[in-house]
Ligand binder design. Structure first.
Ligand SMILES: C[S@@+](CC[C@H](N)C(=O)[O-])C[C@H]1O[C@@H](n2cnc3c(N)ncnc32)[C@H](O)[C@@H]1O
Length: 236
């Protein structure tokens, strides 16, 4: 009896030990990822009906600092910037101004319900193209993007390493990638919404595994990290 109970306790440990390679258990890590990448919980998709109250909240600018975000991206006139998971288009008018009439903004989304709001905003701006992608594939024109921006999107990306690898197909050589998101451990203000955050350390490991190296880190948003990556030389 004692032996049977001991065996029940031991089974998970034996399984973990038995399939562990190099100290990392295979059952926690999909085989197509890098050893430094751990499995983690991914948040559910944002509910489009909440766009007005959450994404367009009147007090958002005060903590989100969108002008500072766009300034930190150092966009040049004529560049192409992809706002991945653009939501209702919170950032697109600023991005549009930054790249100017010779530049292009791809306002990309995967939820059809958000497209009308994006189309409405895009209409008056002239250099914004609204694009419907999928959770695995942003479906942008190939080799066209100078800068990708994921503002409060990454925590919802279902297969993060594969997704970041896919971006190389759409990148111009030397493209940069900005990931801005909540990390509950920052204990910033406003607090990260429960279950809608991602540890910065995981983002760093996942981006590296996908061929993006950290080039800048900005610290002006209290509750969100702001990381800028560059394509690793042979990643494209
Ligand atoms: C919290 S909203 C943020 C919207 C916008 N970036 C903003 O800050 O106002 C997250 C958005 O990411 C989108 N999203 C989630 N996974 C995505 C993916 N794999 N590719 C593109 N968009 C995605 C969702 O549809 C949702 O609109």
């Amino acid at each position: 009896m004692i032996y049977r109970r001991a065996l029940l306790w031991a089974i998970p440990a034996l399984l973990a030990a038995g399939i562990a390679v190099g100290g990392t258990s295979l059952w926690r890590r999909p085989s197509n990822t890098h050893p430094a990448v751990r499995e983690r919980a991914v948040s559910p998709l944002f509910e489009p009906s909440q766009a007005e109250t959450l994404l367009e909240a009147p007090d958002r600018d005060a903590w989100q600092k969108p002008d500072e975000i766009v300034a930190a991206l150092k966009l040049q006139p004529g560049e192409t910037v992809a706002d991945i998971g653009a939501g209702s288009g919170y950032l697109i008018s600023r991005l549009s101004r930054a790249v100017g009439s010779r530049g292009t903004v791809y306002a990309q989304e995967i939820q059809q319900e958000l497209l009308p709001a994006l189309e409405r905003r895009a209409e008056s701006l002239g250099n914004v193209r609204v694009i419907l992608g999928t959770a695995e594939d942003p479906r942008l024109p190939e080799h066209s993007v100078d800068c990708f921006v994921l503002l409060t999107v990454y925590h919802e990306v279902q297969k993060p390493v594969a997704f970041l690898k896919t971006l190389h197909r759409y990148a111009r050589p030397g493209a940069r990638l900005a990931i801005i998101d909540f990390d509950a451990a920052r204990r910033g203000s406003p607090p990260a919404p429960t279950g809608h955050d991602v540890p910065e350390a995981d983002v760093l490991a996942e981006a590296r595994a996908a061929g993006w190296e950290l080039s800048e880190r900005h610290e002006f948003i209290s509750s969100q990290f702001f990381l800028v990556f560059r394509q690793m030389p042979d990643a494209g």
